[in-house]
Each structure stands twice: as structure tokens, then as C-alpha cells.
Ligand binder design. Sequence first.
Ligand code: NOJ
Length: 556
Amino acid sequence: MTTSPKDLRADGEWWRSAVIYQVYIRSFADGDGDGLGDIEGIRSRLPYLQDLGVDAIWINPWYPSPMADAGYDVSDYRGVEPRFGTLADAAALIAEAHEHGIRVLLDIVPNHTSDQHPWFQAAIAAGPGSPERERYIFRPGRGDDGAQPPNDWRSMFGGSAWSRVGAAGEWYLHLFAPGQPDVDWEHPEVRAEFTETLRFWFDRGVDGFRIDVANSLIKAPGLPDAGDLPLSFGPDRGEYAQHPHWDRDEVHEVYRSWRAVADSYAAPRVFVAEAWVTHPYRLALYVRRDELHTAFNFEYLMSPWTAGALRSTITETLAEHAVVGAPPTWVLSNHDVARHVSRYAREQTGQLTHTLDELVGKPADLQLGLRRARAAALLTLALPGGAYVYQGEELGLSEVEDLPEDTLQDPTWERSDHTQRGRDGCRVPIPWSGDEPPFGFSPDGAAGPPWLPQPADWKALTVEAQSDDPDSMLSLYRRALEIRREHPALGDGTMTWLDLPDGALGFAREPGFACVVNLSASDAVRVPAEADVLLASAPLTAGGDIPVDTAVWLRT
Ligand code: NOJ
């Protein structure tokens, strides 16, 4: 069964310029009224996405899952979680999305399965030394009675990265939750199985995959202690040091083989890597010509809202991607980070930030955050390459920082002994219409409330409330995407920095386009001579200058 995109541009390299909308399926739209988003909900909102003007959607994992980590614990890679729909629903969605001119990317989770996956169940049943255990990373414990974990690796959600089978058994590795055992990528069956899964979905018309923790698959031989190396491996501008489980060079061989699978299709399929790495040059390694097509640029996401930090990350990203001939991929938010309205609402201290737990207790000015987020949207969509939009950012949603503790579901909350709230605050269901929860997220007469409670003041932010307001965030995104589609200078290509006063950031793109952002403390940034304003994130001053925290797109 194959569907081919009908009205999509014939250009085989569409992904070099694409704007891809992230559909966090649990929270996008609930078709069947159980309070959880689903495939039926996505199908019903395709006209909205087409109208918004995105080229593709990336859907977070929709496979059968016990939901120990919101679907990133997959028990069957070739099925659909019954709460989200059926394989037939998936096929219908892919076909209908294509009819709306929207390509579809799924999310593949190759570092770990669910502990309910038949492979892991077989491994537990078969016992130590069995071939079944070799597909995972089982080891005896340390100490006389094996009661200590095999090494010092930490789970990303808190605590040891090892859990023991029973009171006296072997230990198994899980870099994430205990319900997410890491598979062993040295095992040929693991490699073969994931290749088959890629083909399974590609054969059903899926246009590509986002690769979950693409940088973690390969572990150092002998599983040495990590010692003082950092637990998480984000952009820190530090020197690259070989880490026993992050960003190891051997992982690239896996992606060369995946690229060959993608390229074996008449309309090539594409990948985007989720790879948290220390430096832009390490990221560029994932997008060499025979590897992945694109990789999220998290350094840009984490950057403080200052001209200096943004300019330096943009410059370096462009340079490193140019070396390998790949387009950069810009992203401001996703389902793992605090929404950027809330990040930009804080004092910009120069630190890289992305989690809610880094923001808690710091005074917030959400109007300021929103103003900066509007400017950031225009900056992001003007940069060379592709961009992702996380559902709800086009509505200007902020992080829900005060979810009641008894509603929190992120494993981080439990694993940190209730010291870190985790990521639920950016996952609250989308407000579509109406004056009160569920704001059209679930149909009338739904059996239960949305899986996370929505703030009452979101009634001003529904799609319905914003649609006809020319000054709304939604209208800004729609207009920006419309201009971007038509303007030959936007999308893939190059840019040249403009020489502007301190605190202003501006660049020209040919033919005839410039973007200028005022990140200084003064309203006195001038619109360059002989330029007309195409779009502005806020009104210009009475004198026609660009005010603070405002971006403009210019015809030059
Ligand atoms: C990254 C995903 O985006 C995140 O949501 C998940 O918890 C981890 N990978 C583990 O799969």
C-alpha cells in the first residue's frame, strides 16, 4: 500500500526548506472523547494545518505502549496504540495529509524498547546467558552479592541507569525509565529489525522519521564508568570528549545504512536527528551527505534572547552545516523543553536554558516573553534551511508552570523524588475553541477531561479566538508562512549579516530580502534605507524605527 503526495512540490529536496509542524499526538486533538489526542483528531485538523501553511507534520510515537514515558516506550513498532487508533486510521491519515499537501514524519525510537516488548519479555523469561538477553544490555552487578549496579551511569530521569531483575538477578541498562530497556546495537538482529520497521512505514507512504536520541545508540566496549563526564550531553560550548554512551563516533555507521534505505525509495524518505551534542561541529557529523538529512539545532533553542548569543550560534551553525552541504534545522520549542514564551519571559542572563526546572522561582513577564516569541518566530523563519513549529507555539502558548502535582505524569517527577516537575507543562492539550476547558480539544459530551488540565485563561488563546484577529500570534505565523512559501529568498540558501548597531541583528538574503531584529534596550534601530516592511512582529515606532524585541521582514 503506497500513497504518494499529490499536490506536493515535485522537488525531491523539499526538506531543505520545509516548515514542519510537530504534532504531539496526546495533546493535539481528541477525536473519540477519552481526553487523549488521537489519529482521528489529527485527521479532523488537517484543514487547519493546511491553512497554517506547513509543509509536513512530525507525529510523536503512536505505537502500542504502556506509556511509561508518554509513548517513547514502544511495545510494537509496527502497530498503533489502540487509544490513538488503528493501522487503518494511520493509513487514512497519511493519505489525507498528502491530499492536503502535507507530508508525514513519524518518530522512531531505536535506543530502547518498552519492557513490555516481546523481545524484553523473552529476555526476562529466558534468563542469564541466553541469546534472548543479548539483544539488550544485561550485566551482573558489582560487589560480592552483585547488589551494586554494573557501572555509574545515571538515568536521564533520575537515579541509576540500571535496574535489577528480581532481588538477585542480573541488571539491565535503561538510560531513561526502567520501562525503557536499552537495546544492544552491536546485535545484528537489532539492526535488521529497525531497518524492517523503517521499510514497514515507508511502504505505507510515510515520508520520513524523527530519530529519538539518535546520539545514544552505541555504548563504549566494556561499559566503563562515566565518572565526571556530564549526565546530559547538551550544547555547552565545551570540548568534545568521548563519552561512554553519548554521541559516539560508531553511531554514524547506523545512519549510513538507514540513509541507503531511505534513498531506495523513488521519492526519497527523510530523517531528522534528535541529537543533543556539545558543539555544532558534532551535530554536522550527523548530516553528512551519506547520513541523515537534517538534525535539530538545540543550541539555537537553548540560546538566551541576546544578539550576541544568537548571532554566534547562527554563524557557527551555518558554517558547520555548509562544510557538509546540509541545511540547518531551526527549532524554538518541543515536547521536552519549557515553552519559549516562558523562557524569554525571564531575565536573559546569558545561560543556555531549556527546562522548566531551570526557570522555577525566576520572575516572569509573560507579555515580554510573548513579544520576544513573536520576534523569534520571524527570525527563525527567515534563517536559511528548514524549521520546526511545536504545536501551540503558533498560538503563543506559554508553559503551564502550576499544574497540580497530582496531575504530573512525566517520569522525571517520580524519579526525582518530586523535586523536578519535568516536561508536562509544555504538553497541555491545545485550546481550539470555546470559553472553557476542554476548549474544543475533546468533542462535546467527552467521557473525561483532557489528560492534563488546561488553564482557564487559555480561552483568549484558542484557534477560534485568534483566527480573525489580524494582530494575533496565529495570524503572524500564517502570514509569515505564506510569505515564506512565495518568497524566492526564503528557505534553503545563504545569508549575509548586515552591519548594524550593537544589540541589533540583521541579515540579507537574495533576492531582495532582509530580516532585522532589535534585541537592544533602545527603540532606535532604523529600518535600512530603501527597504519596505513586509511583515513586523510589532508596530514600528511613530518615527518608523524598529522597537525593542521586534523583528521585521523587509523587501530590499
Ligand atoms: C527524547 C524524547 O523526545 C523524550 O520525550 C523521551 O523521553 C526520550 N527521548 C526517551 O525516549
